[in-house]
Write a protein that binds this ligand. Structure first.
Ligand code: ZN
Length: 266
């Protein structure tokens, strides 16, 4: 079933997104914290309920590495807030963009990520909220995520070995991986989130030039099949950051996403 990330329709407030998605017949929504902030989790939950929407995730926590202990403690506290908000909103998971600091050795950053997840895991488990580790494309390794592959995410899950820790697989970040097919199979029970968009070639901006499924070079349908064969039965979350699409009509975009989903994904 189709869910849309509120960042996909960034110009809309949470209230607008809820009403518009529901009107279009979309049943799921992944809420970004910047869209939730003006309302708060309790009011957000009411908005989703009033529109018959299922909350598929809260985005995002993570960003554990920091140059000093104060920064690391602050990051852990922020993840605690995200877990509480996810619980109050009715989100089954918090997606983790794990973080990285330019100049900080990746090996140290990776250790801080593992320590950070371990620090908040008991709260996540108690709240019934999963921590979904999202490996990011290696082009973001300097400043957004030192966790860059599915294999690395899976080994992190295996070491922590908690029912409250899993993986959010985003086709944009992992499609290039030569080990992709075997890793999707190995990640089976850990995969708890699945993000869809496409990779435009050439990419004009590292962050905000994602495209609608079918407009790029990712074999999205094939990847979706593999993820489902590996046991994942959750939502198909469309997550597109695009300056070009945000500048256009968001109603048209939602319709385009629905058509592309039917044509290229399922
Ligand atoms: Zn994603």
């Amino acid at each position: 079933m189709l869910s849309i990330h509120t960042m996909t329709t960034k110009p809309w407030s949470l209230e607008q997104a809820c009403a518009k998605y529901a009107k279009a017949g979309i049943q799921g929504i992944t809420v970004w914290r910047q869209h939730l902030a003006p309302y708060g989790a309790a009011k957000g939950r009411e908005l989703l309920k009033a529109n018959g929407l299922t909350c598929t995730a809260l985005c995002r926590g993570g960003f554990f590495p920091a140059i000093d202990q104060t920064g690391r403690d602050k990051a852990i506290e922020d993840n605690r807030v995200a877990i509480r908000d996810a619980h109050d909103l009715g989100a089954p998971m918090v997606v983790l963009v794990c973080g990285a600091i330019p100049g900080l050795p990746l090996s140290e950053a990776r250790k801080m990520v593992e320590d950070g997840i371990r620090a908040v895991e008991p709260e996540a488990r108690a709240a019934g909220v999963k921590l979904a580790i999202e490996p990011l494309h290696p082009m973001y390794a300097a400043d957004r995520s030192c966790i860059t592959t599915l294999g690395e995410s899976r080994r992190l899950c295996e070491r922590i070995n908690s029912p409250a820790v899993g993986i959010a697989l985003d086709v944009f970040h992992v499609w290039w991986d030569p080990e992709l097919e075997s890793e999707i199979a190995k990640c089976g029970k850990w995969t708890c989130g699945f993000h869809l968009c496409d990779w435009r070639a050439p990419l004009r901006d590292m962050l905000n030039d994602r495209s609608v499924m079918g407009d790029g070079c990712i074999p999205v349908r094939r990847l979706r099949e593999l993820v489902r064969q590996a046991g994942f039965q959750g939502w198909d979350e469309v997550e597109i950051f695009s300056d070009e699409l945000w500048a256009g009509d968001q109603d048209v975009l939602v319709t385009r996403i629905q058509k592309a989903y039917a044509q290229h994904c399922v």
